[in-house]
Design a protein around this ligand. Structure first.
Ligand code: SF4
Length: 427
């Protein structure tokens, strides 16, 4: 509600990454946002068409400066009957606000965009979100302790640049900022520990590092971070993301990270057979089968006492049998390794990707799940859409998604059984 009594709706949007964008794993990262109505599973009203005023403005990107300008627009809307309408009408006035962002609103069935002045984009390090907003999230992998979202800001885009991912560097900018990244991350972890000590004195601090891959995967930056954290432990425990091949190539570094608080690693598994989907750019050691390497990751992380979560992404071009096989492999791994403890299932959605959308040019004006059958079938998924498949890929079939839902529910039950067995063994 603004000062004039008009409701101004705000939407934090997310992107798909190694973490799978799974709401079941962690809240979306609003910083690397992509405008896709398809991530919203439920329509806000009876219509499956996105109403003009469903969202006032959707902002994607580094909008620290834009927030202030939008606030000014709302403030000048005293004479307007609707502050939201005033903001939509005045959106073009924000174009001079520096930053790597896009703002959009819907007018008469057309999405109007305003793009920030990237030539003067923001290079100053951003403050730790926990210092500004406190910590209200908890992750079960951290024993439900308050969990901060922390960033090294080591780069805008991920170097692997997977074609389906909204964090790829071709979509969000390619300038790595590795200088000072270890220090920034260390500072954010230390800040999070301080905030938890002040706001939640009986809890322990936890944090999830939101880098697409931890410190850009740079061994030098990771070593620097370990040096800092060994000298003055930031306090608390943390999790982060690596690719399968990074884990296998940096085992010594991961063990060093455990000493300074690492307890959880999230890995983007995506698919069982990268060749079937035309390859994965992060699959940099294809001499050994993808699933064999993932199993080696689980064996290593388990031996190092690190919990593991994985992201699975269907809709990349695989067939239904391969999907079902993958779910049963996950079940076998849980029995063998007690891991992955968390699986985020997603169905690949074509994001706008600032024009790198394979020529799809979706308008995104219809809700991604067009009826309750689809909502029900995709219930165990994080990001999913029946309407916006990746460029060159088929739309999902309802019967297949329903079959997958059954397999995933069986997997989740086996998870509970495995957890129960682990508890029994411990007692
Ligand atoms: S490795 Fe690929 S899927 Fe993972 S964050 Fe990077 S670009 Fe995205």
């Amino acid at each position: 509600m603004n000062a004039h009594g008009a409701r101004v709706r705000c939407l934090a949007i997310a992107s798909r990454s190694c973490s799978g964008g799974g709401t079941r794993v962690r809240p979306f990262s609003a910083r690397r946002a992509a405008l896709v109505s398809s991530i919203t599973p439920d329509p806000p009203c009876d219509s499956w068409h996105l109403a003009e005023d469903t969202f006032d403005v959707v902002v994607s990107g580094e909008a620290a400066g834009l927030v202030t300008r939008l606030g000014e627009l709302i403030g000048t809307a005293a004479c307007e009957s609707s502050a939201a309408r005033a903001v939509r009408r005045g959106l073009h006035q924000t174009a001079s606000v520096p930053g790597n962002w896009i703002a959009a609103s819907v007018h008469q069935g057309v999405v109007r965009e305003v793009v920030g002045s990237t030539s003067s984009s923001q290079d100053a390090p951003l403050p730790a979100p926990s210092a500004l907003f406190g910590i209200s999230t908890v992750f079960d992998v951290f024993d439900h302790n308050p969990t901060a979202h922390v960033f090294s800001d080591s780069g805008r885009g991920c170097i692997y640049d997977c074609t389906f991912c909204s964090e790829g560097m071709s979509a969000v900018g390619s300038r790595p900022q590795l200088d000072g990244a270890a220090e920034r991350l260390y500072g954010q972890l230390a800040t999070a520990a301080t905030i938890v000590a002040e706001d939640h004195p009986v809890r322990k601090a936890a944090a999830f590092v939101e880098d697409s891959v931890f410190l850009g995967g740079s061994p030098r930056a990771i070593e620097r971070f370990v040096t800092l954290a060994r000298a003055h432990p930031p306090g608390g425990t943390f999790g982060c993301q690596f690719t399968i091949d990074q884990v296998l190539a940096r085992r010594d570094l991961l063990i060093a990270l455990v000493e300074v608080g690492l307890s959880y690693v999230f890995v983007g598994l995506e698919t069982s057979e990268p060749l079937m989907i035309g390859g994965l750019s992060k699959n940099v050691r294809p001499q050994t089968a993808w699933l064999h390497r993932m199993e080696a990751v689980l064996a290593f992380l388990s031996s190092a006492g690190i919990l593991c979560g994985v992201g699975v992404l269907f809709g990349l071009g695989e067939d239904q049998q391969s999907r079902l096989r993958l779910v049963s492999v996950l079940e076998r791994w849980r029995t063998t390794y007690g891991s992955p403890c968390t699986v985020s299932f997603n169905w690949a959605v074509q994001h706008p990707l600032r024009g790198h959308d394979g020529g799809r040019n979706y308008r995104y004006l219809d809700w991604a799940l067009p009826n309750t059958d689809w909502i029900s079938a995709f219930e165990p998924f994080g990001e999913a859409s029946a309407l916006y498949p990746l460029a060159g890929r088929q739309h999902p079939r309802l019967s297949e998604v329903e079959e997958l839902r059954g397999a995933i529910e069986t997997l989740n039950r086996s998870n509970l059984d495995t957890a129960g067995a682990a508890v029994s063994r411990n007692h």
